[in-house]
Each structure stands twice: as C-alpha cells, then as structure tokens.
Ligand binder design. Structure first.
Ligand code: HDD
Length: 691
C-alpha cells in the first residue's frame, strides 16, 4: 500500500518553509518571552500553522459522506456509435476516469460494511468536457420525485436529538418513513437483500438508475438505462461478516479497493445500456421509464456492452481527490441528455448547490480533480477561490472587443461539436403537483425482485427485515411495515412476523404479477477470482516446500495469500507471518488453506480479544482455540476450506463436518487450484442452505 512511512512525497529532501516560502529553523517551539513564556503574538509561523489547522476540515457531503476513489481508463467499444455521437463512446477512444464509491447514510468516519445503498459515481474526462454518471449499486431509488429527498434522508440519518444510530437504517424513523411512503418499498427490498452489504466495491454492479437519452449525429434519440457490470461478478458479505468487519476493519472496502489496485488486480467493469424507443409514452413492457423506483429486467431488455472501465491508480491524496471531487448529473456531453424523470430533474439543481457550501464557492470546477481535460473557455468570472487569471476585457456575449471570442460551437471559427438540447415536444399540460397513475404501483417490483432470488438469498432478506424491524421500538411502525410485506409476499411477511412475535397481516390490495428476473440473483454463476484473499494456516514447524508451493500458486492465480500462524516471525521457507492467531479474523479471507494444526501455545500471551475463550468441542482439546474460532467462522460464512497434509484432521477438532460442500482435501501442489474452483461461485451456497 502507498501509505507506508517510507513512501516518498514531493517534499522529501526539501527545506521546511512557511506558506509564503520563507525557510524555517524551528517548528517545535513557539516564540516566547524567555523559555517559560508567555507566547508572543508576533510569531507568524505559529499563527499561520494553528490557523490553517483550525480550518482543515470542510463540511462532509450531506449524503455519501464516506467513500473511496480511484483513477482509471474507459475505452469505448464503438457499439453505441449508431445511437450516440458522444466522442468517448467511439471505438477504441480512451478516456481518463475518476470513480468514487460511497455509502449513503453514514458520516465520513463511519464503517464501510454497514447495510446501505452504495454510490458509484464516475467522472469521464472526455474530449468534449466532463460527463458524470452519478449512480448507485441498486437500479431503483427510494422516491419518485426529488422533492422527497430531504424526507428520506432525514428519516435514515441518526435521530436528531442524540445523533444515534450512526450509519444504520435499523431504527424507527427510517421504517416509519418507508412504511408510510410506500413507493420506497422496492428500493428497501434491494437494501435488505445481500446487495445492501457488498463484499467489495469491485464486486458491485452500478446503475445510472434514471432513464437517459442518447442523441445520434443526426439528432435521432433513444432512451437508455446505464449499467456497470463487474468483471468479478456481484458478490456480497453475509450479515455475520458485515457485523464483524465493522469492528475488525471499518475500512474494509477502502482497503480492498486500494490493495487490489496496488497489487495489479485492477478492478474492471463493462458499461452497458438497455435501449428503448423514445416515444411519447416512454413506457416499456408496462414499466414507466420515468419512474426511478422501477427497473427493467435484463430478460426483457438485454444489457448491451458499450465500453470497458479499468481502475488502475490509487489517489495520491485523499482530500485533494476523493474528498474534493464534485459530481453532477448535469455534467453532460454532446450525445447524452436527460429525460423528464422528476427525480433526475431535481438532482440537476441539488448537486451544484451543495458544492457551494461544501467546496466554498462557485469555482469548484477549477480544483484539479474536477478540471475538465477539454479546453474550458467560459465567461464565468471571479468568485471565491478563483485560480484562473483570465485575460481579455469582454467576458460577455456578443462582443466585438475580444475578437468576438469565444465562438459558439458549430459556428464559423470553432471546431467543437455543440451540445444540443434535444427539441422535445411538451404536451399541453396543467401546472399541478401530482404523479402519473403509472407511478401508483409500489409493490409489484419488490415482489418480483424477492421471488427472483435464490432460497439462501431470500432467507437473508427475511433475516434482514427481522433484524431491522426488531430494532424499532414503535410497534405501530413494525405493524405498518408488516402490512407492506404482506402486499409483497405472504411467506416473507410470515417469516418476519414470526421473528417479531407479531401477527402476520393479509394483503390489503391486489398486486400485479411480474415474471421473475433470475439475473438479479447472485447464486449459480461462476466468476474470475482476481485479488481474492486466501488465508494459509501454518506454523513454525510447517514444511517449507509446502508453504512455498501454496504461496507461489496463489500468486500465479492472481490471489492474495496471507500467512496465518500462532505467533509472528518467519516461517520455515523464510516468509514473514502476515497474521497471527490474535490478529487474524475470518472476515479477511475468502478461502482458507490449512497446512498445519497448531496446538495451543503453552505460554500464550493472555488473549485480550477473548478469542482464547472459545470452547473446545469434544476432540478439539489439542487445538488452539483461536484456530477453532477461525475455522468455525469461515465454515459458517460458507467460504472455501482446503485441508492439506497435516491440516486434514482439523475439522473434527473444531466440531465441524469434514464432508461438506466447499470443504476439500488436496495436496499442497493442488490446494490453490482447489480453492480457485470453489471461489469462482463466491460461496458454498449449499452449505448456507443446510442451516
Ligand atoms: Fe445524490 C451525492 C447518487 C438522488 C442529492 N448522490 C450523491 C453521490 C452519489 C449519488 C453516488 C455521491 C457522489 C460523490 O461521490 O461525490 N443520488 C444518487 C442517485 C440518486 C440520487 C443514484 C437517484 C437515482 N441525490 C439524489 C436526489 C438528490 C440528491 C434526488 C436531491 C434532491 N446527492 C445529492 C447531493 C449530493 C449527492 C446532496 C451530496 C454530495 C454531493 O451531492 O456532491 O447533492
């Protein structure tokens, strides 16, 4: 990782100065009247240092405050050329990008693996200016109209009296809102599914959510929905992992993204579009394309790939890049336009407005991370934090004094292709505050999504609702949400009601049946394993050749090996121990290869995290209790376990069945191959189904 103390900075080998460049001799003592004080007001360096520090923080984002960013490249396939004249979508065109992933509800210092929607915002620095695709990892949104955004956000944020709970939806105000404002039910269903706790930013799909409009070179238009498809497939944590991770490594997603890039396992996504005719109805198969609480199943409109994004460089400075990056759904380029989706239209106002407070004025697009790579010749002037030294005397149009410049795109003298607002016929309309009738169905897609999941995933949804509602104090809120679940699926409602100890209500309305969409399930497919983490349990007596072989094979297969041993130090092959039994925890590993069965150390240092208190199952007396805990957790989390050499006997000692899906025996030479075979499906799903 780049954050080692040894890593260099531009200041290495340089002399410390004030912000004005004056060299300094001492930054450890303030200027005083004698060694015992008082401190003198004239100490400019002291005042500058403290004043700057006092103003180091800027307001965090009102939503999506916690995030991680990365640089990369997007390459167009040219497959969208017929539909859009956007230059960056043309065949082989390479465009630099910066991506910021985020959670929505939590503050900047909250944990990564809470149950929440994730942001997936991409800035394309195209030759025609910046295009921002500001999406989420869930294809539907809570609300249909942006005017409700403050309401939904206030409901999920901590209660205003004590600012509790942080980064959680499991509390009364959130469920009060979503049970009253039932258009939020579909999005909530996705968040209660495994999608709400991703394994990694690298294993998330991304969605533009809204319907956008593509414009071709002749002005022809089509409606599209944008999708990011991860090379590694969609993969989530299970709830136990998410909870443990919040405590063990709150930076889990940040670290995973940075470590993958650092190690060369560059995260990749394909950008794809679902295409619909741009007609007056703006409907597709009974789905209103302007309703952002609905998605169009891939089975009805396939996702057609139009380009590939690779993230290959970590930020150099978190604040300068990840914190100061400013996205805006209105940052569009010729060839891509918005639709009348009322959620999108309100966003067009909100994003620029919020930057004025967050980044301190109207010139935030001059901050390096926000600067377009295309030529900027605007007539915007002055304001706080103005970095440009504009020349000329006529920042107005038309002018004759600055040679009539800058020219209008498309006019004589300008080579640039203009952004054309699509001429759209607005039907004769009455000014009013209401939605079309097609927005009234709040349940059919929640039901369809739930019924499209695998049995294990449905169980997780039941558990998530039971947990979240179980944390609500108000019985009226719990009962009202149960009514919404009754309209979605009677079995789901019954399972949650059972957990809450409340009666399960019957549906109080007819809900339209929709065909299931198997594409939304994570169960069943197999994916590449790049950058996945394999823990190798060994001890100081383990065979050097076996360790060497497993580590080398892991690297060869693009996995990240971590050597786990009872204590630190160096193993027989000369490799340093990466994790001791004290510092290792199941959540860090996607698979475990057990090469040794270390006995409890007689002189073990008293174990501060209570791991030593794990009871030994019958037959496990000879095993280190911390290894038993590790195995039990990895087993419960349905991760691959490969038993090799002396490691073969360890399952019984940990009270676990040796014969189980996802548990295999292999020689050291074949151990990693066995793990890779199991890792492709992300989990031993059958093991979860057994419980
Ligand atoms: Fe938003 C940030 C995604 C609706 C108002 N939003 C923000 C970010 C993402 C999204 C990924 C973080 C960007 C970053 O990393 O800096 N937001 C969405 C999606 C939505 C959506 C996918 C619906 C489909 N948002 C939405 C509405 C409003 C906002 C309806 C307001 C009416 N969103 C904001 C904001 C934020 C923001 C307050 C906070 C920080 C920022 O913009 O720059 O303006």
């Amino acid at each position: 990782m780049t954050t080692t103390p040894e890593s260099g900075t531009k200041q290495q080998g340089k002399t410390l100065t004030t912000s004005q460049g004056a060299p300094l001799r001492d930054t450890n003592h303030s200027l005083k009247a004698g060694p015992r004080g008082p401190v003198l007001l004239q100490d400019h360096h002291l005042r500058e240092k403290i004043t700057h520090f006092d103003h180091e923080r800027i307001p965090e984002r009102v939503v999506h405050a916690r995030g991680a960013g990365a640089h990369g490249t997007f390459v167009g396939y040219g497959t969208a050329e017929k539909l859009s004249c956007a230059a960056f979508l043309a065949d082989g065109v390479e465009t630099p990008v910066f991506v910021r992933f985020s959670t929505v509800a939590g503050s900047r210092g909250s944990a990564d693996t809470v149950r929440d929607t994730r942001g997936f915002a991409t800035k394309f620095y195209t030759s025609d200016g910046v295009f921002d695709l500001v999406g989420n990892n869930i294809p539907v949104f809570f609300i249909q109209d942006g005017i409700k955004f403050p309401d939904v956000v206030h409901s999920v944020k901590p209660h205003p009296d004590l600012e509790i709970p942080q980064a959680q939806s499991a509390h009364d105000t959130f469920w009060d809102f979503v049970s009253l404002h039932t258009e939020a039910q579909a999005h909530t269903m996705w968040v209660m599914s495994d999608r709400g706790i991703p394994r990694s930013y690298r294993t998330m799909e991304g969605f533009g959510v809204h319907t956008f409009r593509l414009v071709d070179a002749d002005g022809g238009t089509s409606l599209v929905k944008f999708h990011w498809k991860p090379k590694l497939g969609v993969h989530s944590l299970i709830w136990e992992e998410a909870l443990l991770t919040n405590g063990v490594d709150p930076d889990f997603h940040r670290r995973d993204l940075a470590a993958a890039i650092e190690s060369g396992a560059f995260p990749e996504w394909e950008l794809g579009i679902q295409v619909f005719p741009d007609n007056e109805e703006q409907m597709f198969e009974g789905i209103d394309l302007l309703d952002p609480t609905k998605f169009v199943p891939e089975e009805l409109a396939p996702v057609q790939p139009i380009g590939k994004m690779v993230l290959n460089r970590n930020p150099t400075n978190y604040f300068a890049e990840t914190e100061q990056v400013a996205f805006h759904p209105g940052h569009l380029v010729p060839g891509i336009d918005v639709t009348n989706d009322a959620l999108l239209q309100v966003r067009l106002f909100s994003y620029i407005d919020t930057q004025l407070t967050r980044l301190g004025g109207p010139n935030f697009s001059q901050i390096p991370i926000n600067r377009p790579h295309a030529d900027v010749n605007d007539m915007l002037r002055d304001g706080f934090h103005q970095d440009d030294v504009h020349e000329g005397i006529a920042p107005y149009h038309p002018n004759s004094l600055d040679g009539g410049c800058p020219f209008m795109a498309g006019a004589e003298g300008s080579a640039r292709m203009p952004f054309i607002d699509v001429p759209e016929h607005i039907a004769e309309a009455v000014k009013e505050r209401r939605n079309p009738a097609t927005f009234d169905d709040h349940y059919s897609q929640a039901r369809m999504f739930y019924r499209s999941l695998g049995a294990q995933e449905r169980l997780h949804v039941q558990q998530a609702y039971s947990f979240e509602l179980g944390k609500c104090a108000s019985e009226a809120v719990r009962a009202r949400q149960l009514q919404a679940l009754a309209n979605i699926d009677a079995d789901l409602c019954a399972a949650v009601a059972l957990g809450l100890g409340l009666p399960a209500p019957s549906a109080d309305r007819e809900v339209q049946e929709r065909e299931p969409s198997p594409a939304v399930s994570q169960v069943g497919a197999s994916w590449p394993v790049d950058g996945r983490v394999v823990g190798i349990v060994a001890d100081h007596a383990s065979d050097a050749a076996a360790i060497e072989t497993v580590v080398a094979e892991a690297h060869r297969n693009g996995l990240k090996p971590l050597l786990v041993a009872p204590t630190g130090g160096t193993l027989a092959d000369g490799s340093p121990v990466d994790r001791t039994f004290l510092t290792a925890r199941s959540i860090e590993f996607d698979a475990l290869v057990v090469l040794a069965v270390p006995a409890p150390a007689a002189d073990a240092v008293p174990d501060l995290d209570g791991k030593a208190g794990t009871p030994s199952p019958p037959g496990g007396e000879g095993l280190d209790p911390r290894l038993i805990l590790l195995l039990q957790e990895v087993y419960r989390q349905a991760k691959a376990i490969v038993l090799s050499g002396p490691g073969g006997s360890v399952m019984a000692g940990a009270g676990l069945p040796a014969e189980s899906p996802g548990v295999v025996a292999a020689e050291p030479a074949g151990a990693v191959e066995a793990a890779v075979g199991l890792l492709g499906t992300h989990r031993a799903w059958e093991r979860l189904a057994r419980r």
